[in-house]
Write a protein that binds this ligand. Structure first.
Ligand code: HEM
Length: 454
């Protein structure tokens, strides 16, 4: 039986590279060792980075008595220990069942108008000829969308405050340097409000107060007609008829706000970059969107083939989440000839799988057409992970991505400013385009009759 190769780099170098230059670390690892390699990048135990589709298929298909999963404990300080991302086993299954109804396909329809209205609000602030920070604008949209859909109609002091505090706490991990606080627990010392950790704890406490106040108010004044995500969460019951506790509600709210905001904002920012970087992509997309107006059924927009291909390729070339949630081997198992004892940690590498030349010829090129020509299996294309832990918000994220892009592209002409380099950088646990004001509005869009097919 072959033994697993391990990176020979000193642990501290691997860890720093994972933090500051994860793409290089992953590319070097597969070049030097192949589809399986042991790395020392998180925690005390080595973790096996896997980028072989067949192995990923086996991982996604494994039942939880073989492979369980638990998100990085580093997220516990922000999300709380009852967060879906951090739970394993039957606790995870229970919580996942309770959280699923608001994310069912049909529920999405209710969110469509909110998404397009909030996008238009943000677009209206752009001045012709003035460059703007795409990331800030997309973050504003995605934060408002998630707050709106989670809480329903939200107005007043509590939500303005919540929006400001969430922005502050999420921006806390925006640079690799500050993300280091999350990766090196030794830096997690409260040395007063001015120390990074002290500041983080203070902000978290304020957010908790607001979330608990909202939960309490809804318990005191129950309104059966509300159908926002929090209301659906509060009325959900498990098989024993039990509802979620306040702590569970708080932790899941925080999970949805965090998981649903940063990721989608980065995805739309990347899409806008590629669309304006490649004139032929922009032209084909505009051609398709010329048939769309404000009255078009939002589900029809969701199904547009070229827009779908552009979103898929955006999430392939630089997947926002580079690796899956770590899987933990529960009883010894063999994958493609490698033996994994109980307790081994496996990390499906989304980035490397998406860059395999045998699956994606010219993998470094942005080519939406590959998704029109071929259908990929869920273990070949996996921007949202897979199996029991597949992203809960996948349909929501794709729906939002497409509606925001369609709204922007059909209302504004934008231009990429070539002199500002845009490159992938770590932002917390995600891979985002670097910041800066690299897009400029050149004019409001006139609708042109579509004459050619895509
Ligand atoms: C483009 C946007 C997004 C991307 C690329 C993304 C990607 C992912 C990935 C890769 C995972 C891990 C899956 C695995 O290990 O198999 C995940 C899990 C998760 N995502 Fe997303 N996500 C996005 C948006 C969202 C949104 C909008 C929400 C909620 C509103 C959300 C909520 C979650 C939750 C709760 C989990 C944990 C699921 C579990 O442990 O059972 N995500 N996501």
């Amino acid at each position: 039986m072959p033994s697993l190769p391990s990176s020979e780099k000193p642990k501290i170098i691997q860890r720093l590279q994972w933090l500051f230059n994860p793409l290089e670390l992953m590319a070097e690892s597969t070049r030097d060792y192949g589809d399986f390699v042991n790395l020392s990048i998180i925690g005390d135990q080595p973790i096996t980075l896997i980028s072989n589709p067949q192995a990923i298929q086996e991982i996604f298909a494994a039942p939880i008595d073989k492979l369980d999963a638990r998100g990085s404990q580093l997220l516990k300080s922000l999300l709380g220990e009852k967060s879906l991302l951090l739970l394993g086993g039957t606790q995870h299954q229970r919580q996942r069942r309770l959280l699923t109804p608001p994310f069912y396909g049909d529920r999405m329809k209710a969110y469509g108008q909110i998404i397009t209205n909030l996008t238009t609000e943000v677009i209206n602030k752009w001045q012709i000829g003035e460059p703007f920070s795409v990331r800030d604008a997309m973050q504003e949209i995605s934060l408002k969308v998630i707050l709106h859909t989670v809480f329903g109609i939200y107005e007043g002091e509590r939500f303005t405050e919540l929006q400001t505090l969430l922005c502050a706490i999420l921006n806390f991990g925006d640079s690799p340097l500050r993300a280091a606080v999350n990766f090196f627990p030794i830096l997690q010392k409260d040395l007063g409000a001015w120390s990074p950790w002290g500041y983080f704890l203070k902000q978290r406490e304020k957010i908790d107060q607001l979330l608990y106040a909202e939960i309490q108010e809804r318990r005191d004044h129950h309104d059966p007609d509300r159908n926002d995500i929090l209301s659906l969460m509060m009325s959900a019951r498990d098989e024993n008829g039990e509802a979620m506790t306040d702590v569970e509600l708080r932790d899941e709210l925080m999970t949805l706000l965090v998981a649903g905001h940063e990721t989608t904002a980065s995805a739309i920012t990347w899409a806008l970059y590629w669309i304006h970087r490649l004139p032929e992509v922009r032209e084909k997309l505009l051609n398709e969107l010329n048939n769309v107006d404000e009255n078009t059924d939002k589900n029809e927009i969701f199904r547009l083939p070229y827009l779908t291909a552009v979103c898929n390729e955006t999430l392939r070339i630089y997947p926002i989440v580079m690796v899956t949630i770590p899987r933990i081997v529960q009883s010894p198992m063999e994958i493609m000839g490698y033996e994994f004892p109980q307790g081994s940690l496996l990390l499906g590498c989304i980035y490397l799988t998406h860059r395999r030349p045998d699956l994606y010829p010219e993998a470094e090129k942005f080519k939406p057409e590959r998704f029109l020509e071929k259908q990929f299996a869920p273990y070949e294309y996996l921007p949202f992970g897979g199996g029991q832990r597949k992203c809960l918000g996948m349909s929501f994220a794709l729906f939002e991505m497409k509606l925001v892009l369609a709204t922007i592209m059909s209302q504004m002409d934008l231009k990429l400013l070539d002199h500002i380099p845009v490159k992938p950088v770590r932002r917390g646990v995600t891979l985002a385009p670097s910041g800066g004001q690299w897009l400029v509005a050149t004019g409001k869009r006139e609708r042109v009759k579509n004459t050619a097919g895509v």
